[in-house]
Design a binder for this molecule. Structure first.
Ligand code: NI
Ligand code: MN
Length: 229
């Protein structure tokens, strides 16, 4: 698989069979590289309804070849905005399609739609690719002990964890999250996009060095990719 960071919490994954997945499709974020792939995608995943995650979903999902996967309330909102192919699900369940499995897991955060109405619960996703590789995108979240269950059940090779602090885990909490999830690789996200997201990779690595379990930290600058076979 090839995983590309588009800045903030936005990632593109190309699966082993060539399916294109976009997570938290805010492709117009201030960190976004110039050469963002605008699709069409096979799948767009949305962790919650805040603008920095829902992002450009409506624009990117105008075609029915793109399945948007989100919690029920966001699906209803997207359908009302004319998005033709939105799949609504909820936490704990999996959606299977073309040899891929999308499992919705909990996140500890809030969620509201652009009009201020309730956006359903926030979530994370565990994506199981055709070859069994698993990627955990934690969404926006604080640290919670049930991350241990996500680690035990799904054993993701790669975890995408927020480290920016203030609205999400900071470096210290993210280092502890690695002890619960135990991914082989961790990729920091949701930091330095705005001045208030103060967490840094250096702090994250320093806190990790005090912990027992050390995943490999992969730092992607916007536009850079990580390839895993
Ligand atoms: Ni949020
Ligand atoms: Mn956010």
């Amino acid at each position: 698989m090839e995983l590309t960071f588009y800045g903030h919490s936005c990632f593109k994954i190309v699966s082993p069979n060539g399916k294109k997945i976009l997570i938290d499709p805010w492709v117009s974020n201030p960190q976004a590289p110039k050469n963002v792939d605008l699709g069409p995608y096979d799948y767009i995943l949305i962790t919650h309804a805040h603008g920095d995650h829902l992002g450009d979903a409506i624009k990117l999902a105008r075609t029915s070849v793109t399945q948007v996967i989100a919690i029920h309330e966001i699906q209803q909102y997207l359908l009302s905005k004319g998005v033709p192919n939105a799949i609504g699900m909820n936490i704990g369940g999996s959606y299977r399609s073309n040899g891929l499995t999308f499992t919705m897991v909990m996140a500890l955060h809030s969620s509201s739609l652009p009009d201020g109405s309730y956006g359903g619960e926030p979530c994370g996703f565990v994506i199981t690719l055709e070859n069994g590789l698993r990627v955990y995108h934690a969404g926006d979240t604080g640290l919670f002990y049930d991350m241990k269950l996500i680690g035990e059940l799904y054993q993701p090779e790669v975890a995408l964890l927020p480290i920016g602090d203030h609205y999400v885990m900071g470096p210290r909490e993210a280092a502890k999250a690695c002890q619960l999830v135990k991914p082989k690789f961790v990729i920091p996200m949701h930091y330095q996009t705005f001045p208030i997201l103060t967490g840094t990779v250096e702090e994250f690595k320093a806190f990790l060095s005090e912990e027992n379990y050390q995943p490999e930290v992969i730092v992607l600058r916007p536009g850079e990719s990580f390839i895993l076979k």
